[in-house]
Design a protein around this ligand. Structure first.
Ligand SMILES: Cc1cc2nc3c(=O)[nH]c(=O)nc-3n(C[C@H](O)[C@H](O)[C@H](O)COP(=O)(O)O)c2cc1C
Length: 204
């Protein structure tokens, strides 16, 4: 079984309509460790040794967050800046993360169609998240396409929260059971455009 670590970051959880229920669902999947970064580090005083040790204990690292200004909320950047140290994550001796898998599970306010070269945001979401992909590459990790939830603000009105959360639960379950085609997931633009295409065997 793959050991999955979800690092969740949402600075306004009281207003979260989709990330919080997705994070709650993740807590019910066997083999997934769930960390709420803002709850753990309300003053941004990241315990580097604790976070590095946690990374060593897992095979898959998920950064779960809303898309804020085409990126992640601030604590994720702080976490990356401090935890992914030279000679730990990269550099001559920095092989601790080698071979692990990383991806962003991200919700976006705007529609899928806006995240295209010809769309309103003039680029694919995966392209906009390039700093995460390059970071994973530099640390010799395998970066998967983002697990993207688009039009996040409409989900509640359209009664799609339950279905979205349930699909995330299925994806996480399959990930822990090594039932996700990592090659296909690494080559895709998102993990949610054609979700069934990544499942190996029967979908949970
Ligand atoms: C500070 C801020 C910046 C945002 N930037 C973006 C953005 O760049 N692109 C986008 O599609 N949505 C953006 N949004 C919308 C959020 O991504 C959206 O509200 C969120 O994904 C909904 O998830 P939640 O209900 O869990 O908060 C932004 C929202 C805030 C508050």
């Amino acid at each position: 079984m793959a050991r999955v670590l979800t690092l969740f970051a949402h600075p306004r959880q009281d207003r979260s309509e989709i990330n919080w229920p997705m994070f709650e669902a993740a807590q019910t999947v066997e083999g997934v460790t769930c960390v709420d970064l803002y709850a753990r580090y309300p003053s941004f005083e990241i315990n580097i040794a604790r976070e590095q040790s946690s990374l060593l204990d897992h095979d898959v690292i998920i950064l779960q967050h809303p898309l804020y200004w085409y990126s992640a909320p601030a604590i994720i950047k702080e976490w990356m800046d401090l935890v992914l140290e030279y000679d730990f994550a990269y550099g001559a001796e920095g092989t601790a993360l080698s071979g692990k898998v990383m991806f962003n599970a991200v919700s976006c306010g705007t529609a899928r169609s806006a995240y295209t070269v010809k769309g309103g945001h003039t680029a694919e979401l995966r392209t906009l998240l390039m700093p995460f992909e390059r970071t994973a590459d530099l640390c010799n990790m395998r970066y998967l396409a983002p697990y993207a939830t688009f039009s996040a603000g409409s989900l509640r009105a359209e009664n799609r929260v339950k279905e979205t959360v349930s699909q995330w639960h299925s994806f996480l379950t399959a990930l822990t059971q090594d039932r996700i085609d990592l090659d296909a997931a690494a080559n895709a633009l998102t993990l949610t455009d054609h979700p069934d295409s990544f499942f190996i065997g029967e979908n949970a």
